[in-house]
Design a protein around this ligand. Structure first.
Ligand code: ACM
Length: 536
């Protein structure tokens, strides 16, 4: 059956197949109506069969079993009958995804190639995820990804049973979320005059404005569309660094006693800008206003506030920042950054939400409910887990999907470490040195796709796939903890069938033997990191 991610168990029952036809019904209790709605839409589109509602006990049926975990499901296929038994709506959606997969790659098309010959193979499947947070980050700030492409990416996450879309919505190079009370954030902040082409050392730029943003209704649509597929959208508003686009829109947010922020535009370089927020009460109020609107748009428990890579030069030069540090009784600029994060940590907690941030936020101490995205390696995640914080493991040495998939000159804009499909398959999110209690704090793992060098959905496809399929199996399936013990050849065999699914979905993944000619970017300089990535 070649399922990716691999289920807990799957037994084929030859001779017990269930051929589908016009009379095949699809039935579900009210609690699972959402999953039934999605499954009917997907199967009807691909097969041309109606899957009309019918009586329980026949056809395709979704059944709720409170004894199963919320994301767990079982599938049983026999002649004339296919039952998805699920612990809740999420489990029903994952079971529905698996059922579609049982029909073969053409079941992933949006219109039928044929109306006959659709057969569910006789089978018994049991399945449940390893981690509750199975995420992917899209950086829609460095290069905007149009809404339609984001919706398509949500579909691809759901196919792989990934359940968190982390949207990096703001950065030095662009602000992508409409905030009604601060219209300049998008009027000025959502576009830049030009972009670097490749990395800084090449000195190449285009002369084409780049921009775009999501209206609040766009984001409501994305959030609802994702929820219908079992995916939670976690917004990221990065602060107090990575904020030049916001400062360009509202110069009073910057360190006005150090630089003339009224002369700043949205940054046209890649890298980390020195133009960070000031720490005034007015700036805190401004971002509380931003977050009030963000909370209305995104019902997720977690809200990501970045907190990474905040250069301190301007604060060191700023009399206002020095006064602020003294008044707050802080020792230095590092403590000022921590103080800002803790302020918003409390602010979110008072509103029933939880802060998550990059591992730099750990440095100043955190409120008990805050969680950490461990990106600079495993160290931040290990320290956070031992301190009792929830952790999402996303170390850049292992699961940054902007990083190149192979060595060699053909990779389009080589970036970062070489991380092959097999490397990703052998990534283990829970460091062996954690004791059991700390290991339980690793609530999941995430693959991050930064977009300095991916300016279209085609580029996103190339960098994300097929590695995201390997990552999905790491996040979902009960693989051996010891990376060397993982059966990569077996995964590679199942991947051959999975690539047919990606073909049917129109995904422009990286071919195993290297990029197609049109996927190369000859002469565009990247930022390769030489040598093997450090092991954990
Ligand atoms: C990051 O890659 N700066 C989180």
């Amino acid at each position: 059956m070649d399922l990716i991610p691999a289920p807990s168990s799957a037994v084929r029952r030859p001779g017990e197949d269930f051929p589908l036809d016009d009379a095949t019904t699809l039935t579900a209790p009210p609690a699972l109506a959402g999953a039934a709605h999605w499954l009917r839409a997907a199967l009807s589109a691909a097969t041309g069969l109606p899957f009309a509602p019918g009586a329980p006990g026949a056809g395709v049926e979704l059944v709720h079993d409170a004894a199963l975990a919320a994301e767990a499901y079982r599938i049983s296929v026999r002649p004339g009958r296919a039952v998805i038994t699920a612990g809740g709506p999420a489990g029903a959606l994952w079971g529905a995804q698996t059922l579609r997969r049982l029909l073969g790659p053409d079941a992933f098309r949006r219109a039928p190639l044929r109306r006959t010959g659709w057969v569910l193979p006789g089978a018994d499947i049991e399945d449940a995820p390893r981690f509750g947070w199975r995420g992917a980050l899209l950086d829609v700030a460095r290069h905007f990804l149009p809404k339609a492409d984001v919706l398509r990416f949500v579909d691809l996450l759901a196919v792989h049973k990934l359940n968190v879309l982390h949207l990096h919505l703001t950065d030095d190079q662009g602000w992508r979320v409409e905030i009604k009370r601060y219209p300049e954030l998008t009027a000025r902040g959502a576009w830049r005059e030009r972009s670097m082409v490749g990395y800084r050392s090449a000195g190449r730029r285009d002369d084409r404005p780049h921009g775009g943003f999501y209206t609040q209704d766009d984001l409501r649509e994305i959030v609802a569309y994702a929820a219908e597929r079992g995916v939670t959208v976690v917004p990221e508003i990065d602060l107090p660094g990575h904020t030049q686009a916001a400062v360009a829109a509202y110069p009073e947010l910057g360190n006005t006693d150090v630089v003339d922020t009224s002369a700043l535009g949205v940054w046209t370089d890649w890298g980390v800008s020195h133009n960070v927020l000031n720490a005034s009460e007015a700036t805190l109020r401004f971002f509380e206003g931003v977050l009030e609107e963000v909370l209305e748009l995104f019902p997720s428990e977690f809200v990501h506030l970045g907190g990474d890579e905040c250069p301190k030069e301007q604060w060191k030069d700023s009399a206002a920042a020095r006064t602020r540090i003294r008044e707050l009784g802080l020792a230095n600029e590092d403590e000022l950054q921590s103080w800002i994060i803790r302020h918003f940590d409390r602010w979110l907690a008072e509103r029933g939400r939880r802060l998550i941030g990059w591992d730099e936020i750990l440095e100043g101490g955190l409120a008990p409910g805050a969680a950490v995205s461990s990106w600079r390696g495993f160290g931040g995640g290990i320290a956070a887990a031992r301190a009792g914080h929830d952790v999402v493991m996303c170390p850049e040495q292992h699961v940054y999907l902007d990083h190149r998939q192979a060595d060699g000159p053909d990779e389009p804009i080589p970036v970062g470490f070489v991380r092959t499909l097999e490397d990703v398959y052998r990534f283990e999110p829970v460091p062996g040195e954690l004791d059991e209690a700390a290991a339980r704090r690793v609530i999941g793992t995430q693959a991050n796709l930064w977009s300095e060098f991916t300016d279209t959905a085609r580029d996103v496809d190339y960098r994300a796939f097929p590695r995201l399929a390997a990552f999905a199996e790491v996040a979902w399936s009960a693989l051996p903890a010891e990376p060397a013990e993982r059966d990569y050849p077996a995964f590679a065999r199942r991947l051959a069938a999975h690539l047919e699914v990606l073909d049917a979905l129109g995904v422009e993944y990286r071919p195993a033997d290297g990029p197609h000619p049109w996927q190369r970017r000859p002469g565009v300089v990247g930022r390769p990191i030489e040598g093997p990535p450090p092991v954990r």
